[in-house]
Design a protein around this ligand. Structure first.
Ligand code: ZN
Ligand code: ZN
Length: 348
């Protein structure tokens, strides 16, 4: 049975409007979820600012939590019940391309080509008062976790993936560059992996927050030379792991230079526009440094992030900047694109 829903859709340049839509019927294995919280990630902000070209109107929103409202046929009702509180995984992978088949679903060739259901708009689709998803994309949350916290499962899953790429060992020196929401999540996870965590951040408030969340050391890259500083606190070696969470081109050669022998440099942030940097083959030969990156979480990362939040191992309350009601989605987008803002969340 189809129902009337509302979406907060991007309809033009820096324009978000509430539109009415009609859902398709639920298919076997699907659930209808009443959305209670959606966070505005960088992807939504880029669509709003016209930097990511999508056919408009477009429904953004891939950081979502809510409550199960109804089921299609064939759902395992021993596992699921109407009223279950859930985090929702909305990013798409096709399951049948080379990367999906080899376990790299985060690199699915069709990740940006999520099929659009009849009656709904293109886009990740979370900025609606109801969403339709396979129950395989639902992750139960406990009553101790608010919906606002639970919608931050997806960004945490991105960082779970990144930290997994670094293979951090007990006692290693880990540098996190940038103390935004993603930098703070890296600090928390690296600390729990048993590392000594060093944050590079210019803003004193973010530096203080990182100390509260587990950073052992913070420095201001405007006040000290970042490479010299990291070498000075690692007996001249450089760090075992460096995460660059910033999109600042000049930081990349510094991040490589502060990575020690047998170290791993993870380019976490995307770079728009891209900014190629020279790399010394002799350095790679002589140090076995690993230069890599991290893009999007896979299903396992999401599962881990759900467990970290649900069990209270990670507390994400300080990642929330502001919340806005659904009707004020335009204001929420405008607040979200202010540089330096932590997550802005739209609630029902
Ligand atoms: Zn996201
Ligand atoms: Zn695929």
């Amino acid at each position: 049975m189809s129902i009337q829903i509302r979406t907060a859709a991007v309809t033009g340049l820096k324009k978000c409007e509430i539109l009415n839509l009609e859902t398709p019927d639920l298919r076997p294995g699907e659930a209808l979820v009443k959305v209670h919280a959606v966070a505005l990630c960088t992807l939504e902000q880029r669509i709003f600012r016209g930097e990511v070209k999508m056919p408009l109107p477009c429904t953004g929103g891939h950081e979502v939590s809510g409550e199960i409202a109804a089921f299609g046929p064939g759902v395992n009702l021993k596992k699921w019940a109407v009223g279950d509180r859930v985090a929702v995984r909305l990013l798409y992978s096709c399951g049948e391309c080379y990367y999906c088949r080899t376990g790299h679903t985060n690199m699915c060739e069709r990740a940006q080509k999520k099929p659009t259901r009849e009656g709904l708009l293109v886009g990740p689709g979370g900025l609606c008062d109801y969403v339709i998803v396979d129950t395989a994309s639902l992750f139960k949350i406990p009553d101790t976790l608010t919906y606002e916290e639970a919608c931050l499962t997806e960004p945490l899953a991105c960082v779970v993936h990144s930290v997994g790429r670094a293979n951090i060992q007990l006692g290693e020196d880990v540098v996190v560059i940038g103390g935004g929401i993603m930098g703070q999540y890296h600090v928390m996870l690296a600390k729990r992996r048993g590392a000594r965590v060093i944050l590079s951040e210019v803003d004193p408030a973010r530096a203080e927050l990182a100390k509260k969340l587990g950073a052992d050391m913070v420095f201001n890259p405007m006040e000290v030379d970042p490479v010299e500083f990291v070498k000075s606190v690692t007996e001249g070696r450089g760090a075992d792991v460096v995460f660059n969470t910033t999109a600042i081109p000049s930081v990349v050669p510094q991040a490589i230079a502060m990575t020690g022998k047998a170290g791993r440099m993870i380019q976490y942030s995307s770079m728009h526009p891209d900014a190629p940097t020279p790399v010394s083959p002799q350095m790679l030969h002589g140090t076995e440094t690993v230069l890599t990156g991290s893009i999007s979480p896979d299903g396992h990362d999401f599962f881990v992030a759900n467990r970290l939040l649900s069990s209270g191992i990670i507390d994400c309350k300080s990642m929330i900047a502001r919340t806005f009601p659904f009707a004020q989605a335009q204001d929420a987008f405008e607040a979200a694109i202010v540089p330096g803002t932590f997550r802005v969340i739209i609630t029902d």
